[in-house]
Each structure stands twice: as structure tokens, then as C-alpha cells.
Design a protein. Sequence first.
Length: 472
Amino acid sequence: MNGLRVVTRTALLFLLALALHGLLSERHVSTGSAPSRVIHVRYDPPADGIEQYRYVPIDVPPATDTLEVSCRYDDGGGETVVQLGLFEPGPLELGGSNFRGYGGNHREPIVIGQTQASLGYRAGPLPSGQWHLLVGLHKVPFDGVALDIEVTTRAGPLPNPGRWYAGGLHLHTVHSDGALTTADLLSRASRAGLDFVAITDHNNTAHAVQSMPTARLLTIVGEEVTTPSGHANVWGLEPGGWIDFRVRADEQDAADKLRRIVSAAHGSGALFSINHPFATCDGCAWRHPIPSDIDAVEIWNGATGPQESAVAFWNRLVESGRRVAAVGTSDFHSPQDDIDRASVRVYADRLSKEAILDGLRAGRVMVMRSAHDMPPLVTASIGAEQGMIGDSLRYRPGDALQIEVLRTRDLNEIWRAELFWNGRLVDSRQLADATAFQRPAEDGYAWIRLTTLSGETIALTNPFYVTRRARD
């Protein structure tokens, strides 16, 4: 959809766009149905070439709790720029008190609720009557511009706030083979733009029982369970907690010991993730049996990735029916390394240990090249049923699965979007701002990878799961 200024029409994406900016944050958003209509308008360029304002009437019925307005037009590669604002019922004269906000040429939809609103807009009661969308004709080509304006109203509050949080899940301090103190590591992580970290020193959690420095970011107690036959991260231990590591793959009871180790982690409220399953350092590759109840697999370790062998390892687990999250980490040891390359974004309703672990468990995770890369908005739908990363969607025979990908910032570089179905690449296309993949709905799972045109991975989502709907 090159050259199109697009805001997708699913109400779920409206809410996720806000969540990306921290305005909304329900761990799972279900929108239900809402009255919606599309207004088509066309404008010629201002005769004097100076920006002019036009007003589009919008009818808002009584008992409306949420108003959503999206706009679509062909921007001609930057030759057309339209800027939007909103007025509630009342006069449109200069200095009126009925002004509700102005977003300029922001790409996100306008969403106004009783207690929350899009950036640039004022939340509060939504009086019924005729509202007006302010259309600023900032830059219009000689042949004019056509706008498709979709208006959605609903009776019901917006979901509770939440967002995608940036995190580092595999970090070492001087308490094992890292070079930085805990305080220095936390300071570096904060400067890199991380919202949370899990410190995972080898076979100990001493960083958490000594005096912990005050940090602006959330610190989760972790441990890298380091055995002679592979490494695994445990995230979410209590200070002073410890998970045993004394097991070898060649022991007769290795499978039982490993099962007990994973059970001990879960019993502590923590998660268990296999690290760098094919690493070449001594004892680093995973040679143990794979426990049935692991929570995650590290598919991207270090600045260069993801590691395709690790992606294939994870895919085999998911294809076998396991709900295992893919994660990316920096495996940070040295000040010469980037602490956020790679990292994750976790969708959570608040920044707390419990909420982040819940997001990881649910697979609401994107693997990211760095904390500075803006994550895309990726949603899926089958008919009226909509979902976000980690969700399950149900289908009936003949239904289609649609996955929408939207970029909201850093649009000066063309990306490539790739659709994987049951672990296999099935579609690929250039992505300037937004695109939608569609395929027949059937049992399986889908995930998206975004790359530069040269092939460098920027983001990799966890799956959407698709299952047949039981007979109604």
C-alpha cells in the first residue's frame, strides 16, 4: 500500500495504536461491535496555495462513551498533507470553548473517551449532536484530494491503560562473568531505553540480595541455570531465590532432574526459557531432553540475529502444539556490547513483575532488533473476531484470516513484511506504512517478520493461533 496514508479500519487497531503510546493498556482488547459509517469528501487545492480549513459534520448519538475517527487518503509520496482536529457541538467561531483537540498529520486515529484520549485531544463527556472534524488542507496537489473518513461510536468505556514495554531478559553483572556492577548495568539499561530488565547471572541471584540500587526501570530477579549440557534463563524469582543447575544430559535420570528444575522455577512463580540452543561455546548448546512445560526459547542471542537454527527449533515446538514464546536478548556481558541488541517488547497492563511475566506467558511478545526501533502494530481478524499477538482466533469453513501490519513512525526507510504460516514463509512484500495479508483460515499459526530491504531483521512477532470453531 505504498504511497497511501492509511489508518486501518478495525477498532482493535485504533486501541492498539493508543496503547503503543501508553494511553491504553488492556492486556487483551476485545472491541465488540459498534455503529460505524464512512464519509467520502473531496477538496480542491486552495486557490492561493495557503492552508485552509474545512469542516465535516459528524453525528454523535446519545449515550456515546467513545468516539473514533480515522482518515484515509493518497498522500502521493508526501505531495498531500491533511491535518485534523475535532470540535464538539457548538459554534465554530474563533475562540470557541467546544474545541476537543488537534493531532495535525498524526497517523493514528482520533479516539476520545470519557477518561482517555489520543495524543492532542481532551478526554471527557461526549455530548450528543453534530460534531465537526476540522480538515486542514496543508498541502493539496492540483487535482485535489479525496478523503475516506470513518466514524465509529460506541456505548461503553475504553479499556484500562497498558502498552508494549521494552525489556532485556539476559544480562550479566560482576556476580558472574559480566563486567559491570548491578548499579552500572541498570544505569546503562535505562539510558538504552529499556523499561525492565531481568538480571541472569550464572547459577546465582546474589545481585538481588545485596543492596540493590534505586532504578527507574523495573528489575526482575533472574538466573541463568548453567549446566554442562545447556543453559536456560529463569525469570521472576524472589530475592534470595535459587534454582539448582546440577544435571548432565548423559545422566540416567537427567529428564527427571530437569523436570524437577522446571517445576521448582514454576513453583517460585517464575518462567523457564531455553537459551541459545545451538551456541558453540563449551556446554552452551542445549543437549538435554526438552521439558514439556518450558515457557520460552531464545531465538535471537546478541546483536546479530535471529539465529535461524534457533528459530527452526522454536518453530518445531510450536508446530507440535506447544505454546512457547520466542524471545530475543543481548546476553550482555561487556561495556563494548549494546545492552538492548536484541531485546523484547512485552504487552502488559502495567509495569510490574507480575504483569510482565503474564505477558510473556501469554505470548504477547515481539522480538526486536533494539529498544530504539519502534514496534509495528500487528493485529489479526477472522470475520468479526479480532486479536492481537498471542491470541487464538476461531474460524468456520470458508473464512479468511487477515493480518494487518502498520508502521507509525520512522517511515523514511522501506521495510519488508514477511508472513510465516506454520513456520514457513508464504508471503512477502515491501512495507512503506501499512499492509494486510490474507489467506484461507485453517488450523495453524501465523507470525510476522519485518526486515530492512537488505535483509536485516527489525522485528519478529510471536504467533497468532487459528483453530476451527466448534459447531454453534
